[in-house]
Design a protein around this ligand. Structure first.
Ligand SMILES: [Zn+2]
Length: 368
C-alpha cells in the first residue's frame, strides 16, 4: 500500500513534530471537514471513508500541505509518522513527479507513475516489493498454466482480445516452460531434443547422413571422434536451450495457410504457436517423468525404443487433441474440417520437433 505517501513528512525533531501536528489539527478545525481530536482509529476510519466514497478532500489536503512544511519523505527513520499514516489514506490529490501534473487516481493516467512512499525506499519496502513481484508472477503463471491446460485456446483468445493483465505474456510463459523442461531434463538425465552424438550417429533416421557429415567435419578440424564427442555433447545441450524458440516459427507460418479464410491477424498465429509449444514442453516434462519412472522399473528410459515409441505416440495424440480443442475458439473451426486440420497440424508440429532435432545436429556440428 503506497498511495498518497508522497505527502509524508519527516519530523526528525520531536518538538517540530508536535508543533506540526497541532497546526494540522488547527487547520483541520478550520477546514470544511473537521477531524476529531487526537489521531486515533476513529479519525483514520473517517479519512478512509472520505477516500472510499471518493469525496475530494482537497481542502483538507491543502490545509495539511500548508502546515506540514517541506515535502521530505521519512528516509531517516523509515517509519510512518502519524502524519504519514493520515496522508496514506489521503489519495485525493498528488503531483506526478514525472509529468508535474496533479493526479487524482492511484496511478498517473499520463505516464503510469505511482506516488512514492517513504517505505518504498527502505529495506522493508524493498523486501515487500520483491515478495509481491515473486508471488504475483507465480499467481499469474499458475493462472496462465491452468487456463492453458484446462481450456485449450482460451488463453490465446484472451491474449489476442486484450485480456492481458491476469496472465503471463505468451513468450514469457514459453520461457518458463522452457526453464522447467530443461531443469527436469538435467534432473532426470533423459534427453528429448539435445540427442548425443552417439544417438545422432546410430539411432536416428538421418544417422547415415550424420556419419558422412561428421567424417567431413573431423577431417576439417583434425580431431578424432573421441576428442570431438564431448565437445559436441556439451554444445548441443546449450544450443537446444537457446534455439528452442526456432520451433515456434515454422508453425506460426503454417497457421495462416491452414486458416486462410478466417483472416486472423498474424499475431494470433504467433500467440497460438507459442501456446501450443508451451503445452508441448509441459507434455515433454510429463514424458520425462514417465521415462524416468520406466527406467526405475527396469523397462529402460527414452533410449529404449518401446518407451520412446509409446511416449511419442501419446504426445502426438495429446497434441492433436489440444489443437482440435484450441482451433475451435480461436479460429472458429467446426465439423470434419476441424478434425482434419487438427490431425494435419499435429503431424506438422511433430515434424517440426524432429526437424528441430535434426537442425540442432547441423548447427552444433558446424558451430563447435
Ligand atoms: Zn505522470
Amino acid at each position: 500500500m503506497s498511495l498518497g505517501l508522497q505527502r509524508g513528512v519527516c519530523f526528525a525533531d520531536k518538538h517540530l513534530h508536535h508543533q506540526a501536528l497541532r497546526r494540522i489539527e488547527q487547520a483541520d478545525r478550520e477546514e470544511a471537514m473537521p477531524l476529531e481530536d487526537g489521531l486515533g482509529m476513529r479519525q483514520l476510519a473517517k479519512a478512509l471513508f472520505a477516500v472510499v466514497v471518493a469525496r475530494p478532500a482537497k481542502a483538507v489536503t491543502e490545509g495539511r500541505m500548508r502546515s506540514s512544511g517541506p515535502r521530505t519523505p521519512s528516509l531517516q527513520t523509515g517509519r510512518w509518522t502519524t502524519v504519514e499514516a493520515i496522508a496514506m489514506v489521503d489519495i485525493a490529490h498528488w503531483t506526478c513527479p514525472t509529468c508535474k501534473v496533479i493526479v487524482t487516481t492511484p496511478f498517473c493516467a499520463r505516464c503510469g507513475e505511482e506516488p512514492i512512499a517513504p517505505r518504498t525506499l527502505t529495506l522493508r519496502g524493498l523486501v515487500e516489493k520483491v515478495i509481491h513481484a515473486l508471488t504475483s508472477i507465480d499467481a499469474r503463471a499458475a493462472r496462465s498454466a491452468r487456463t492453458l491446460l484446462r481450456h485449450p485456446g482460451e488463453l490465446t483468445l484472451a491474449w489476442t482480445s486484450g485480456v492481458r493483465k491476469p496472465y503471463v505474456a505468451p513468450f514469457q510463459l514459453f520461457l518458463i516452460a522452457n526453464v522447467l523442461f530443461f531443469a527436469l531434463q538435467s534432473a532426470t538425465g533423459e534427453n528429448v531434443f539435445s540427442s548425443s552424438l552417439d544417438s545422432h550417429l546410430h539411432h536416428q533416421d538421418w544417422s547415415e547422413l550424420a556419419q558422412s557429415f561428421l567424417s567431413q567435419r573431423l577431417v576439417a578440424t583434425n580431431m578424432t571422434v573421441e576428442q570431438y564427442e564431448p565437445l559436441f555433447n556439451s554444445a548441443v545441450v546449450m544450443n537446444a536451450k537457446s534455439l528452442i524458440l526456432l520451433m515456434t516459427l515454422p508453425f506460426a507460418l503454417l497457421l495462416p495457410l491452414a486458416f486462410l479464410r478466417e483472416h486472423r491477424p498474424f499475431m494470433t498465429h504467433v500467440v497460438f504457436s507459442l501456446h501450443l509449444y508451451t503445452f508441448l514442453l509441459l507434455l515433454f516434462c510429463a514424458a520425462l517423468l514417465l521415462a524416468k519412472l520406466s527406467a526405475l522399473l527396469g523397462l529402460g528410459g527414452l533410449d529404449a525404443p518401446m518407451v520412446d515409441n509409446v511416449l511419442s505416440m501419446a504426445i502426438l495424440m495429446m497434441c492433436a487433441l489440444y489443437i482440435y480443442l484450441a482451433i475451435g475458439p480461436v479460429y472458429g473451426a467446426m465439423g470434419a474440417r476441424r478434425t482434419v486440420k487438427a490431425i494435419v497440424l499435429a503431424l506438422a508440429a511433430a515434424a517440426i520437433v524432429l526437424g528441430y532435432r535434426f537442425a540442432l545436429f547441423f548447427i552444433t556440428l558446424f558451430a563447435s
